[in-house]
Structures are given as C-alpha cells and as structure tokens.
Design a protein around this ligand. Structure first.
Ligand code: DGY
Length: 329
C-alpha cells in the first residue's frame, strides 16, 4: 500500500523529518523563503497532510484544492491566525499546533525585551561600537527602573502567566487584563484583574500576550498609548497586528510613552523604510521569542507527532479543534 503524501513547508529538525518519513512520502520545501501562494496551492493537490508555518495561508480554498483526502493540518507554532479554523472544522480536518513547549522560551524572551527596552541596551551597545560613547555622564542613557515597578499583562494565558512569574523576582506588582478572570491563577500568584483602562493608566510596563483575532487587531492604537504613563514601556511578543504601528510611532516620537520592545511586527519583516526603524526607543527583533535549540526541536517533534497521528487516524496530541479530532482507531 502506498504511503500517504505530506507537504512540509520548511526545513525543521531532522529527527522530526525522519519520524514523518516512517509513515509518509514527504515533499519538503527547503527554500529559506516561504512558498508563494501559487506554489503552495500547486503542491497541495492530493496531499493527505501538511506541516505548515505561520507564514503559510491555509484557508478553505487551499483545503478544497488539496482535496477531500486531506486528513490533517499541523502548524509548527502556538499561534494559528494564518489558518481558517472554521473552514478546517467544516471539512472535519483536525488542526494541530504547538502550545506549552514554547511557553518558557517565549516568556524568557518577553522579559528580555522588557529589560533591554527599559535599560537602553541597544542604544548603549551602539554607542560602545560607533564611538559616540565619550565619557561616563550622570545624565546619559537614563532608562526606567524595573525593580518594584508595575507590570500590566494583557492576556493571561500560559505565556502571560509565565511572564508574571518572572516578574516576581523583581518584586513587581502585577496587574492583568483578560476577558476571562483567572481566579485559579490568582491563587498561585498575587495579581489583580483590572480593566484595560486601569491597566494602561497604572502600569510601568505593558506586556502583550493575546492571540490575534478580530477583537485584538489594533487593540493598541492612539487612544491606548495616550492613556499610558509617559515613562511606560510596551512589549509585544504576541502578534504584530495587535499594535497599530503608526500609532506606536506617534506615541514614541512624541514621548507619550518611553519605549517599546517588539518581537513581532506588521507586516513581517518590517519594511526597511518603516518610520519605527528611525527611532532609538523602539527595539525590534525578527520574531525570535521561541528560537532556542531545545524549544524549536520540541516544536518540530510535536508538530511531527500531530501530523503523524492525524495521518494514522489517531487523536492529535495538541489540537485546536478537538470537536473533529475524535479517536478513529
Ligand atoms: C508561535 O508559536 O505562535 C510563535 O509566534 C512562534 O513561535
């Protein structure tokens, strides 16, 4: 009997590829850049499964083009805003994703951004390298205190909670906003559930950990930045479009807030002429919060397991739409 066919849209850790090879015939896209829409559509015809990335748009058109034999979509990321989950559910296709395995790396990195943006690591590094460091000066490179400050977390999911845990080492007060109050987590950690208005007004640091959906798109715009303290720092390690970037530019330029640290942008990559890149109080890195060897390996293996389980008709280890992921054998 011939093996099922799968498309893997980028190179992942070799052991994950090897595991998939055991059960499937693989078409591996090895280019550094994502396949274009046309190529993705063309390559998907007749596949039984796909292991995809956040840069691949997987919508109803893609699924129909692949054909009714498509059994599983396995995303190597915890976020899945590139996939039309409704369309997959309608077609009874389970969608896998990779939560948990990247929580610590991502929270570590969000805290790294917080500290780096607060304490001007990049401007300091640049000055040390380009000769503009002339002397020790009492008024140079003044940043924001972290110890004892107030951290406002927007989105109290797994990563938001780990961010909160990290802040206790700095004796920070924790506020959070989430549509769902998390009394279970409040038992573990002292933190106050507040309105978004209160959080923006009172926080020294605002760290964004929501998923991207129609209600969180441009959740941060002029109005929100104007509510924040002029000394405050905003961190985004979630999804770029949660922040209206031109509003952020105006807020940083006009010193309505002190600094920003962004792991994610809209679009990605950020165009090299984007006004945010002209500001030295905006630290931007290329969506690397989960990029450690161990975490990306774990993500590769979990995405491979989900793909294999879907091909074999088993439940996925981590499924976005469990209602269609019934155990079939
Ligand atoms: C995700 O998993 O959604 C991140 O953005 C990439 O690790």
């Amino acid at each position: 009997m011939s093996k099922p066919k799968v498309l893997i849209t980028r190179n992942i850790f070799p052991e994950a590829i090897e595991a998939i090879k055991e059960v499937a015939e693989i078409d591996l896209w090895t280019d550094e850049m994502p396949p274009t829409r046309e190529v993705l559509i063309e390559k998907s015809k007749g596949i039984d499964g796909i292991l995809c990335l956040l840069t691949d748009k997987i919508d109803g058109e893609f699924m129909d083009n692949a054909g009714p034999q498509l059994k599983v979509i396995s995303q190597i990321a915890v976020g899945y805003n590139n996939i039309d989950i409704g369309a997959a559910t309608k077609r009874n296709i389970p969608v896998g994703y990779t939560p948990d395995v990247l929580t610590h790396a991502t929270a570590d990195f969000a805290f790294t951004l917080l500290m780096s943006a607060a304490r001007l690591i990049i401007p300091g590094h640049t000055a040390a390298h380009d000769g503009s460091w002339k002397t020790w000066h009492p008024l140079h490179f003044l940043g924001q205190d972290i110890y004892g400050s107030k951290l406002g977390i927007v989105g109290m999911g797994r990563i938001g909670f780990e961010m909160a845990k990290r802040s206790t080492g700095f004796d920070m007060d924790i506020l959070y906003y989430d549509v769902d109050r998390r009394e279970d987590l409040e038992k573990e950690l002292e933190m106050a559930h507040v309105s978004m208005d209160e959080l923006l007004k009172d926080s020294d640091f605002v760290s964004i950990h929501v998923d991207l959906n129609p209600t969180t798109t441009h959740m941060f715009s002029d109005k929100q930045f104007k509510q924040m303290k002029s000394s405050s720092v905003v961190i985004n390690a979630a999804r770029g479009p949660v922040i209206d970037h031109m509003a952020l530019y105006r807020a940083l330029k006009n010193k309505e807030i002190a600094a920003a640290g962004l792991d994610v942008t809209e679009p990605e990559p950020i165009p090299d002429n984007h006004p945010l890149l002209s500001l030295d109080n905006c630290l931007i890195v290329p969506h690397i919060a989960s990029a450690t060897f161990a975490t990306r390996r774990a993500m590769s293996n979990l995405a491979a397991t989900n793909l294999i389980n879907g091909l074999l008709g088993k439940s996925l280890s981590t499924c976005v739409n469990p209602e269609v992921d019934i155990k079939k054998i």
